[in-house]
Design a protein. Structure first.
Length: 197
């Protein structure tokens, strides 16, 4: 964030293991968001960026001996709790600041339980217990393509959606619905290719 954004700085960022992921989290879209934040900071805006996810070395490897579905569930539960604790630590370092957290919609849910695990508590559910003013948004699109990794391979994948026009908007519900405080509608999406080739 303190660099000039040149080739050397870009190369240093992309050398991180995070950018070896095959799904959209390691795409050009996420890198562009970081670059936008870097430019805003350089322009003097009061902005900070923090990584809140669990250490990648703790992710269980299905190809390794000793892996079990139970271990995967334990990891998922631990991961969301750690992410919530990391967000709280960031909030405590900056009292009164607006904190925006970018995570997948499962982690953003305020509701306990998922089809694969009745006991799963998403990051936002943990957060709501620690920071009652949490607002959680689910992303809504009109469809398009996303870069994802599935059992069929890696690459652009057609995504369904609900067409509510071309203009993005934010809508808050009167009370949490289906695990969210509201929606962030972004319109049509396009697949972001990997930031690191």
């Amino acid at each position: 964030m303190k660099s000039d954004g040149g080739k050397e700085a870009v190369s240093a960022v992309l050398s991180s293991s995070h950018w070896s992921s095959k799904d959209g989290r390691a795409g050009k879209g996420h890198f562009s968001l970081l670059e936008l934040c870097r430019r805003l900071i350089q322009e003097g805006h009061d902005l900070n960026v923090a990584a809140i996810d669990i250490d990648p070395s703790e992710i269980p490897d299905p190809s390794k001996e000793g892996f079990t579905p139970s271990k995967a569930l334990d990891f998922a539960r631990k991961r969301d709790k750690v992410m919530a604790e990391n967000v709280v630590a960031v909030a405590n370092e900056s009292p009164g600041a607006n904190i925006v957290v970018l995570v997948g919609n499962v982690h953003a849910s305020l509701k306990k339980g998922m089809p694969w695990d009745d006991e799963y508590e998403p990051m936002s559910k943990h957060l709501k217990q620690m920071l009652p003013d949490v607002i959680s948004l689910n992303t809504l699109t009109s469809g398009g393509e996303a870069w994802v990794s599935t059992d069929r391979g890696v690459g652009p994948t057609n995504m369904s959606g609900e067409d509510r026009g071309e203009t993005p908007f934010l809508e808050l519900f009167d009370r949490p619905t289906n695990g969210y405080s509201g929606i962030l509608y972004v319109g049509k999406i396009t697949a972001a290719t990997p930031a690191r080739h």
